[in-house]
Design a protein around this ligand. Structure first.
Ligand code: GTP
Ligand code: MG
Length: 137
């Protein structure tokens, strides 16, 4: 697939990293085909992360993802899902490779600066969750 979905999470927005993260993303060859500044409701976050609802950190994850605004975007590039996950690095920034977005901008395994879809199917579902057809260019 040639598209993935990302969010710049509340921690990175609070810490003033929106511009630097977008520069890393476009500098790595991704085109932004949809983008908005928004805030998840509790229901949005519970639905978006439903796959993790039995995990011990689920409540913390929902609290975190709803505590402030995020940037949501659909990105286009060949091999988008895998290349974007390589660009952001491991879930835990302590384990993320040098130069990755999480290594540079994340603070902890929970507050890890960015989201990236984990499959083409989920990229489609997550993009459609946030954007109507008229908002994708
Ligand atoms: P996403 O791109 O956000 O989906 O991250 P990921 O695919 O690298 O990780 P995963 O889907 O396994 O987990 C989703 C999110 O849950 C992570 O990005 C973290 O924000 C959070 N999370 C995962 N593991 C932990 C944990 O052990 N503790 C806490 N507090 N949060 C966690
Ligand atoms: Mg994930």
């Amino acid at each position: 697939g040639n598209r993935t979905f990302t969010m710049i999470k509340p921690d990175a927005v609070e810490n003033g990293h929106i511009g630097a993260i977008l520069e890393k993303i476009t500098g790595a060859g991704f085109n932004i085909v949809a983008m908005k500044y928004t805030q998840l409701s509790r229901r949005d976050a519970q639905e978006f992360y439903a796959i993790h609802k039995e995990r011990p950190f689920f409540g913390e994850l929902v609290e975190f993802m709803t505590r402030g605004p995020i940037v949501a975007a659909i990105l286009e590039k060949d091999n988008a899902v895998d290349d974007f996950r390589a660009l952001i690095g491991a879930t835990n920034p302590a384990e993320a490779a040098e130069g990755t977005i999480r290594k540079l901008f994340a603070t902890s395994i929970g507050e890890n600066a960015v989201h990236g879809s984990d499959s083409d199917e989920n990229a489609g579902i997550e993009g459609a969750f946030h954007f109507s057809g008229r908002e994708v260019f």
